[in-house]
Write a new protein. Structure first.
Length: 365
């Protein structure tokens, strides 16, 4: 008899059960054919994975161990594994661009996100970074996420509950502007780490300095050089933080076939810049860099330049956000919860999404 995905033996981390054992109904399975083509399906009793070369019944996979290789009705072989976190993040429903796994890994490591840490995050988006942060802090830590748009918050909730098989005990999410809301909900010097993924992190400098404990780490994820420059200069001018450090990471895969070993033609290059700094003790003043740029001021034109459109963000229609929220809520692992509770969770996720049903000729979804 298989163990329910939401059953948690004493001492076992939340969500661990859903990553072990045989495949269960309601879980996701990644099917890879002999040519390396991958498809992800949600296992449903009586369901089937169809292609133009036959179909594979879900029931033949439910109860089998990971790594099973099964034929479909025409003899095509498929290798079945649970999707890794990196696979899930790149294929999950999204309303906003996700933080790529390569950057999430850098944030967790370079930001020193440790088990039991008290972490504050702003700019939840679709929940990709939240998942990595929750895995790092564990059940004994806490992640308090802030998001301005309720539609994005609902999408993130659906994705987080899918990967963990239900709500995570260390996570809570608040709606509103970070720089105002965090001061109301977090005490001065009570936060170990702050992670900001937003358009203008320099606007949150006072809020971060207030809630971050001495020695705590602030990590900012920004898309453009101009954002990076202004954030760094604001931190230097403030004096309550250490000298900021910045970098980007690029990942290039390799083609491996006999002696034909070479870099892939395509790679994940620039996605964003990461900037880190640490909070100094109260009353301490940061060191002044030995060499300062000759001109650090920003004109009024500069100050008005940072808009979502200017840094490459696309406006997402309400219609698309409603559809993505439905997709995210439907991916909650149905096999890990009683049917009534799973349906109640999906209904709760969709509450509060505006139903602007008026047609929009320009909306391509």
């Amino acid at each position: 008899m298989s163990t329910p995905a939401n059953h948690r033996p004493p001492g076992q981390a939340h969500g661990a059960a859903s990553r072990r054992g045989p495949f269960r109904a309601g879980e996701r399975a990644q099917l890879t054919d002999e040519k390396g083509r991958m498809n992800t399906v949600t296992l449903t009793p009586g369901g089937a994975f169809h292609t133009h070369k036959g179909f594979l019944l879900h029931d033949t996979l439910i109860g089998e161990p990971e790594g099973t290789i099964l034929p479909n009705t025409t003899g095509q072989l498929y290798q079945a594994l649970r999707p890794l976190l990196s696979d899930f993040v790149l294929s999950m429903p999204r309303g906003a661009a996700v933080v790529y796994p390569k950057d999430a890994g850098q944030i967790v490591t370079m930001g020193d996100i440790f088990p039991g840490a008290r972490v504050v995050e702003a700019g939840v988006g679709s929940g990709a970074l939240s998942i990595s942060l929750l895995r790092a802090v564990g059940d004994t830590g806490s992640l308090h996420s802030f998001e301005r748009r309720p539609e994005f918050a609902e999408i993130a909730k659906g994705n987080v509950e899918t990967i963990f098989g239900g709500p995570h005990p260390a996570w809570r999410i608040s709606l509103g502007d970070f720089q105002e809301q965090v001061l109301q909900e977090e005490g001065p010097g009570t936060v170990d780490r702050v992670v900001l993924d937003m358009l203008a992190p320099w606007e949150c400098l006072d809020a971060v300095a207030t809630v971050l404990t001495a020695g705590g780490v602030w990590v900012s994820y920004v898309a453009t050089v101009t954002q990076l420059s202004r954030t760094a200069e604001a931190i230097r001018a403030d004096g309550r933080f250490t000298e900021p450090e910045a970098w980007e990471s690029m990942v290039r895969g390799w083609h491996l076939e006999g002696l034909a070993v070479r870099p892939d033609h395509r790679m994940v290059a620039h996605t964003g810049f990461l900037l880190t700094t640490r909070r100094l003790a109260p009353g301490a003043v940061g060191f002044t860099p030995k060499r300062r740029p000759s001109k650090t001021g920003f004109s009024e034109e500069d100050l008005n330049a940072w808009t979502p459109q200017a840094v490459g963000e696309r406006d997402v229609s309400d219609k698309r956000l409603r559809r993505v929220a439905r997709d995210a809520s439907s991916t909650i692992q149905r096999g890990s919860l009683p049917a009534e509770e799973a349906q109640a969770r999906r209904d709760a996720l969709l509450e509060g999404i505006p139903d602007n049903s008026a047609p929009n000729d320009g909306d391509q979804g």
